[in-house]
Design a protein around this ligand. Structure first.
Ligand SMILES: [Zn+2]
Length: 318
């Protein structure tokens, strides 16, 4: 098992580098913990005047315990947990933080809380099957609602928020701390990782990326759900490029007169995976699915088959 720690110092150094110089805006007092087991995923915590505000909660209870050791070493209590979206790798470990800090409110938007409560796609049940008791079959459900676009004021910290529709997940919320220009984007933006496109909303995701960039133009550092923090514009552009490339590679397989008659053939699948591997070498997968590339291709092919090119959002045009 490999555990990578992104120390507070690294995050501060990145923030300082991005802000240009030590004399600029103070770097966001952000700590992070990153786990590779069984798919890379991050938790971040922001140091507020009256405690720490966590962003997301990791996949497993054991990873959450490891992060908790670092969090408790800060000497600050956890004041709140913010959930960006309802995927198991970001909520499975929340129970551990909830046990340690039962008073801390857990924030999410309505769609995210509902998804966690009802598990409509069986994600939590499946993850529980894979990981056993390290991932609860029924994760802790957020108990505080983030209203669309409403700010969150907690522990003396002011955060702006933006809500997004179906894309990487059924719903997403990004959190932005204007004082330090730090943007917590959840899985709307990954850094050099193989994403899960299983829900088949790459067009929604591309639209969300344009909205995210337009909503927080002053962001100086972006903390992603997977991978290292970095420059917001560069990371958003790279995520957009990945999704557009994926759609472009998959589109011919569903075109009229394609070899499989609209179905992806084994040859086409192999060819697409080969091109992805060359273009994005060693991008760790965000989920513990050995066939994530195949599943992504199938989901995006289904999505493309259902698209009406005449009515396609500008972000999704070929
Ligand atoms: Zn996700």
């Amino acid at each position: 098992m490999i555990i990578r720690m992104v120390s507070c110092l690294v995050a501060l150094a990145v923030a300082a580098a991005l802000s240009g110089c030590a004399g600029g805006q103070p770097a966001a007092p952000v700590g992070s913990f990153s786990s590779d087991n069984p798919g890379s995923v991050n938790i971040h915590w922001v140091s507020a005047p009256d405690g720490l505000v966590l962003v997301d909660g990791l996949r497993t209870l054991s990873d959450a315990r490891r992060a908790l050791t670092q969090i408790q070493a800060t000497g600050q209590p956890v004041a709140a947990i913010l959930v960006t979206h309802p995927h198991p790798d970001h909520v499975g470990g929340i129970g551990e933080f909830d046990r340690a800090y039962p008073e801390a409110p857990i924030y999410a938007n309505t769609a995210t809380a509902e998804f966690i409560r009802t598990d409509p796609l069986g994600f939590y049940a499946l993850t529980h099957q894979q990981l056993g008791d390290d991932h609860p079959a029924k994760p802790v459900v957020p108990d505080h609602t983030v209203a669309p676009g409403a700010p969150v004021d907690i522990a003396g910290l002011h955060l702006e928020t933006a809500e997004f529709g179906a894309g990487e997940a059924v719903a997403a919320v990004a959190y932005y701390q204007p004082d330090s220009a730090a943007l917590f984007a959840g899985d709307l933006v990954g850094n050099r990782v193989t994403p899960a496109l299983l829900e088949g909303h790459t067009c929604g995701w591309l639209t969300s990326l344009d909205q995210l960039r337009a909503r927080f133009p002053d962001a100086r550092i972006l903390y992603p759900g997977h991978g290292a923090p970095g420059d917001p514009a560069a990371l958003i552009d790279a995520q957009r490029e990945y999704l557009r490339t994926f759609r472009q590679l998959t589109r011919p397989t569903v075109a009229e007169g394609s070899p499989g008659g609209g179905e992806v053939t084994a040859d086409e699948q192999r060819s697409i995976i080969g091109k992805l591997d060359r273009r994005y070498p060693n991008y760790p997968r965000v989920a513990s699915l050995p066939n994530i590339q195949e599943l992504n291709i199938a989901a995006v092919a289904t999505e493309l088959r259902g698209e009406n090119s005449a009515a396609l959002a500008p972000a999704c045009q070929p």
